[in-house]
Design a protein around this ligand. Structure first.
Ligand code: KG4
Ligand code: ZN
Length: 363
């Protein structure tokens, strides 16, 4: 097996990203460059990502990002062995922009094309950062995703469960909105919760009474709205009430994620991995209370807990290039018939999840 250098392209949501990753078997993968151009300002006035605006911005920015990624990596297209591109799941216009761009590059250069599932990008990141061996357990918790995955191989995943409505990041963002806190809601709610009393409001722990590893967060948001209205004064929400509401909400999300993770760990440990690993990815993994709860659980079970650095937890193209490396080594290539798949579950055998995240379809 030889050294591979792969160009990765990501445009499934509101980040236009390009990266170059190099891997020599037996040594750690190297991220030669990773460019992420966000679109927050473009969507700020709309209260969410506008798919049409996102798609146009991707189409405008992709070639600049790719040029910059190649130049920062000190590589020319001719030094690359393949082009990996997110082909779904996500917002169809954005995914199409990326896929068309990658096809153009491959048609012009003769490089092989590799279509990548965005969720596989998140799920295989622990191998890019820490060369973790299969099988490991993965929890994706972001504004668009929430699922437990058994990662058996670069192309083999079992979904143990996931959210049946909102993703946790979405719930944090909606909570922030209800409490007049800024977006993105997660960091604002966490900051406000720091001085709050988590025990004051009795928020529900949805689906804990039901077997399995599915989760639900929309009821929690409704409960929060009810309590907010109960304590609201004519002058607005008191600072202490806001802090207690944030602390109570965050504790409920943490408890649900920890309890369901305990069940997922039970399922995972029956596989008897030699060195068990539980990895998290997604923006919500940045939350100190949630991270702490998951870390403590892993400590009790003798499982290594892994949270990749935040810039590799959130959307980026290095993870897509890395899946490109893994698929290249398995001989899994695509051709010009590759098309965008707005819904594309990692585990085809698992039943479809409901709902659609704020940043596009949930897989
Ligand atoms: O992974 P990400 O950057 O984007 C996708 O959703 O794909 O995740 C963003 C989400 C947002 O909903 C944001 O509110 C949430 O992650 N988030 C947090 C924290 N930081 C970001 N949620 C809770 N606590 C945080 N500290
Ligand atoms: Zn993502």
């Amino acid at each position: 097996m030889t050294t591979l250098t792969i160009l990765g392209i990501e445009s499934s949501c509101d980040d236009t990203a390009a990266a170059v990753v190099r891997h020599t078997p037996g040594s750690a993968p190297v991220i030669l460059s990773s460019i992420v151009a966000g679109q927050t300002a473009l969507h700020a006035g709309f209260g969410g990502v506008v798919p049409e605006i996102a798609a146009r911005a991707h189409a405008e920015k992709l070639d600049h990002c790719i040029e910059q990624a190649l130049s920062e990596a000190g590589t020319a297209l001719g030094d690359c062995d393949g082009v990996a591109v997110t082909a779904g799941p996500g917002l169809i216009g954005g995914v199409m922009s990326g896929v068309m761009c990658a096809k153009g590059i491959c048609a012009g250069s003769g490089l092989p094309l590799i279509g990548v599932n965005h969720l596989a990008g998140h799920a295989l990141t622990p191998r890019l950062t820490d060369m973790v061996a299969f099988p490991y357990l993965m929890l994706l918790v972001s504004g668009g995703h929430c699922q437990f995955l058994l990662v058996h191989g670069a192309d083999r995943f079992t979904r143990l469960g996931g959210t049946i409505d909102d993703a946790p990041g979405e719930a944090f963002d909606k909570t922030a909105k209800l409490l007049a806190l800024p977006q993105p809601g997660g960091p604002a709610v966490e900051r406000t919760a720091a001085t709050g009393d988590a025990a004051r409001f009795a928020f529900p722990r949805p689906l804990l009474d039901r077997a399995g590893m599915d989760l639900s967060f929309s009821g929690l948001k409704t409960a929060l709205l009810r309590e907010r209205d109960r304590v609201m004064t004519p002058e607005g929400l008191r600072e202490t009430d806001r802090a207690d509401l944030c602390a109570g909400f965050q504790a409920a999300v943490r408890d649900v994620l920890v309890a369901k993770s305990a069940r997922a760990l039970d399922a995972y440990l029956t596989l008897k991995p030699a060195a068990p690993v539980f990895a998290v990815a997604g923006g919500v993994a940045a939350n100190g209370a949630i991270r702490g709860g998951l870390q403590a659980l892993c400590g009790e079970r003798g499982v290594r807990f892994l949270a990749p650095p935040l810039d590799l937890c959130t959307d980026n193209a290095a993870m897509i290039a890395w899946v490109g490396v893994e698929r290249f080594r398995l001989g899994l290539f695509d051709d010009m018939t590759l098309s965008a798949r707005p819904r594309w579950p990692l585990d085809d055998a698992a039943p479809a999840m409901l709902g659609s995240g704020k940043k596009g379809a949930k897989a």
